[in-house]
Ligand binder design. Sequence first.
Ligand code: PHE
Length: 445
Amino acid sequence: MKRAHWGSRVGFILAAAGSAIGLGNLWKFPYITGVNGGGLFVLIYLGCIFAVGVPILIAEMAIGQKSQANAIRAFEVLDKPKSPWQGIGLLGLLTAILILSFYSVVGGWILNFTVFSFTGAFDNLTTQNAGSLLEGVFSAPLTQSIYHFVFLSLTIGIVLSGVKGGLEKWNKILMPSLLIILVFLFLYSFSLKGSAKALSFLFSADASKLTASGVLEAVGHSFFTLSLGMGTMITYGSYLSKKENLIKTSLMIAFLDTSIALIAGVVIFSVVFSFGMEAQAGPGLIFATLPTLFHQIPGGTFIGILFFLLISFAAITSAVSMLEVMVAFISEKFKISRFKATSLAGFATYILGLLTVISTNIGKNSFQILGTTNFFDLFDKLTSSYFLPLGGIMISLFFGWKMSDSIKNNILKAYPKWMVQLFLVSVRFIAPIAVLIVIYNESFL
Ligand code: PHE
């Protein structure tokens, strides 16, 4: 069977950027920054993106592009049949289904809020009851599971219609639109009285608020936000033909992804500090702050509708890339159609997602594992803080030590020698050791 390829160079870049930019930037980054006290957390996150994330991003894309195979078979193609390195891909598969299961529930909340923005539900909000809408969502498991279903169905629809046709076209219009609105909100946020406080919260380091587990969360989030460590970028790289400047592409994606997270952070925390809201609100943070902002802004209803629609889209393009990891593997391994593979993976993800749905209501305090008390937190912690970083280390080691010099030279040939050296030192030593130290610290000390 001939494998599909991207329609154009821009198509690939947008798809990879579309995978990276999602709820990780707009929902998760602001809330975990708030929980971990701002400044120093942001600094560690930024350091990780460029010292660890970018090299691994290049490595993943190169592994996919060279092997032209799914995230598991890639290691057989590049190493040998039955290679133990395939374990990386298997862990990736498990991670993909776990993340997608809760990601699509949160995506469902966003869809629900998109509907709220249409129906005028934000109109009666005051600063005091800004959290009430989400609390309403949390206490309605049935509604949540319906939105979870809709979100996943849209994702499945796009994966089925082929990444090349549908996704490439929509990406070209909607990603730039998201950026434009975000920049507008960013500029607007400077007119709010809390903006100076927001900037100092985000950019001045305060060590007193950061814990070891916060450091691990920063490292883990640098993987999460760049879609690293579970084979997404291997899979997307495998639909890429030979010639592509991976280093430039990766730097561009990391830069875009990081800018969007930081801009979102400034907007959200300006609202937080202007209206005396709670920075440590947790996963509900953007659901309380954004409606408050749209309530204030001239033309806010319209902007609110547009913005929630665009966040939904950004979330779907990320979800697509997770589902694609599973579909590429299942359809190629078991030689079944993409339709069957997608339905199967989609169904399993839906069922697993119900555990997240109950985590905000009846199953909120079900157990005590790894400092979490429900499935939503557990899946998030397991994947972001452990599985993605572990997957990333192994990918980095595989690329640094197992891939032949001719492959590496081929990818790196256009670059000055010092840059190549730096890159190799990073994938061989810096990235794996740094991540191991952090995991060790949090787990055993
Ligand atoms: N990077 C995506 C985001 O920030 C999430 C994601 C993680 C996508 C892992 C694919 C793989 O929302």
